[in-house]
Ligand binder design. Structure first.
Ligand code: NAD
Length: 510
């Protein structure tokens, strides 16, 4: 499997973290263990943020916000531009750390940092475009407009599989919008978060006139996340993770009338229609289904195939899967790295057993041993072929399992695609314009992302990202997602000496 010598990766991770500015001695503790799924070895013991420290950090962030909101937005953008430059310089090292801590292949680790750089560029442009409307008023001598103001301290809770980019999607926008950001990263990817935070702090130190606590980090598990969710000084929480987490967080935020951006589980599908270009489709399907070892929120989990293509596509996918190199994600040519931990492997095996019990024929899915590393969890990607969509396919299993389901008519394929509780990403492979347009229409895919002739995974930052139903309904990153990080005021100005009332109401006090 071409794995590094024992101890080599933890040492490399610590060296990168230090080089990026993490004070490992100050971060050391016994509350959490940073580890690498590549070998299953521990990297460092870390201390969590205590509830008192979390409250103090939120107080500092709130005070910083009160000053930051007064800095003109294009000046705020200059700080984000400097951060993007720092990320460019750190791309290789930070990308490698992401790969070591999550197990994603090196080009994906670096791609994650590129995504951070891209959103910084986007946010810098946005810092000169935080515009409101001027609206026609019915009253003479009046003007009506809307103004966008900074919101406050924005909470960000992130998942293990995008340990850096999800924070950047939120933080780069929130900072140019004039907000402070309190980040609770995944307890499975704390070292990457410490490195990102150190890079941010170093950047901000180059702007000594600005408040230095607009970005604070709360380290820990669900408890540290709850500290954010419960704090009245946090008017918005953007939470990325499982639907189970969202179901806990959302009602608590609603109870105190805070805003929520929920980016939760997906159960993404692709339809392969009779006119599809199969060479292109097979490549796109393989990337979407097995990339990141099936641990993307947008990973392809269900393939809805026209019955005329079923045999051919199944054969081609099995051949493509057989040629995949599984192993050390840092090694050249490897495309499938490890699952994040034993729990993920066991969830995959449980899903495959349940699929078999439902009548599916399963190919692949076995464990690939990593000699000398009993706590590294590598698995062959699995294909499950079933005559109809069962309960297992309706659930999100965060592992490389692809369910192949046949269809006859496009309407049936769209119905299968939509017949799951989640609504994140979807796609269709077709050369038929009518089919593509039906899929994208109001009666087509019910997801937040709907693509034609590319897979459901691998979004770029310019579009708004998020999904419907149990995926949570949130949108972040591009398009007009920035509006969620600001509050809108409608202003009416009377520049006349009259006082006409709207709707013709008269109220004459003589
Ligand atoms: P998870 O739900 O276990 O954890 C996510 C984050 O939520 C972690 O930081 C965790 O500590 C925190 N958390 C958990 N319970 C909490 C609580 N009660 N209060 C506050 N915080 C709490 O998810 P994971 O295993 O890290 O990530 C995988 C899941 O994330 C998958 O379901 C995947 O689809 C989803 N995901 C979604 C998106 C998206 O944009 N829709 C992106 C990435 C991952």
């Amino acid at each position: 499997m071409n794995l590094p010598k024992p101890g080599a990766l933890p040492e490399r991770a610590r060296a990168i973290a230090s080089a990026l500015g993490v004070d490992l001695a100050a971060a050391a503790g016994e509350d959490l263990v940073a580890r690498t799924p590549v070998t299953g070895e521990p990297i460092a013991g870390l201390k969590a943020t205590s509830p008192a420290e979390a409250r103090a950090a939120l107080s500092r962030a709130h005070r910083a916000f009160l000053d930051w909101r007064l800095v003109p937005a294009p000046r705020r953008g200059e700080v984000v531009r400097a951060f993007g430059e720092r990320l460019r310089a750190a791309k290789d090292e930070l990308g490698e750390l992401v790969s070591i801590e999550t197990g994603k292949i090196l080009s994906e680790g670096r791609g994650e940092v590129q995504e951070m750089i891209d959103i910084c560029d986007f946010a810098v442009g946005l810092s000169r475009q935080l515009h409101g409307l001027t609206i026609a008023t019915e009253r003479p001598g009046h003007r009506m407009m809307e103004t966008w103001h900074p919101l406050g301290v924005c909470g960000v809770i992130s998942a293990f599989n995008f340990p850096a980019a999800v924070w950047a999607w939120n933080a780069a926008l929130a900072f140019v919008c004039g907000d402070a950001v309190a980040w609770k990263p995944s307890e499975k990817a704390t070292l990457t978060a410490l490195a990102c935070h150190a890079l941010w702090k170093r950047t901000l130190a180059g702007f000594p006139d600005y408040p230095q606590d607009i970005g604070v980090l709360l380290v820990g598990g669900a408890d540290a996340g709850a500290a954010l969710v419960e704090d009245a000084r946090v008017p918005l929480v953007s939470a990325t993770g499982s639907t189970r987490m969202g179901a806990t967080v959302a009602p608590r935020l609603a109870a105190r009338f805070a805003r929520a951006i929920l980016e939760l589980g997906g159960n993404n599908a692709a339809i392969v229609a009779p006119s599809a270009d199969l060479d292109l489709a097979v490549r796109a399907i393989a990337f979407s289904a097995v990339g990141t070892a099936g641990q993307r929120c947008t990973s392809l989990r269900r393939l809805i195939v026209h019955e005329s293509l079923r045999e051919e596509l199944s054969g081609r996918l099995k051949r493509a899967y057989a040629s995949l190199r599984i192993g050390n994600p840092l090694a050249e040519g490897v495309l499938v790295g490890p699952l994040v931990d034993r729990g993920a492997f066991e969830a995959m095996q449980a899903a495959l057993a349940a699929a078999r019990a439902e009548g599916a024929v399963v190919t692949g899915g076995a464990r690939r041993e990593a000699p000398g590393f009993p706590d590294a969890w590598y698995a062959e990607p699995a294909l499950c072929e079933a005559p109809a969509q069962g309960d297992v396919a309706r659930r999100e299993t965060f592992a490389p399992i692809l369910h192949l389901l046949p269809y006859r008519e496009l309407a049936e394929a769209i119905a299968i695609q939509n017949d799951v509780p989640q609504g994140l990403a979807s796609s269709i492979f077709t050369r038929d314009l009518g089919e593509a347009e039906r899929f994208l229409s109001a009666a087509g895919s019910d997801c937040g992302i709907a693509n034609v002739n590319i897979g459901p995974s691998g979004a770029e930052i310019g579009g708004a990202f998020g999904g419907e139903k149990q995926t949570g309904g949130g949108r972040e990153s591009g398009s007009d997602a920035w509006k969620a990080y600001m509050r809108r005021a409608t202003n009416t100005i009377n520049y006349s000496r009259e006082l006409p009332l709207a709707q013709g109401v008269s109220f004459d006090i003589g």
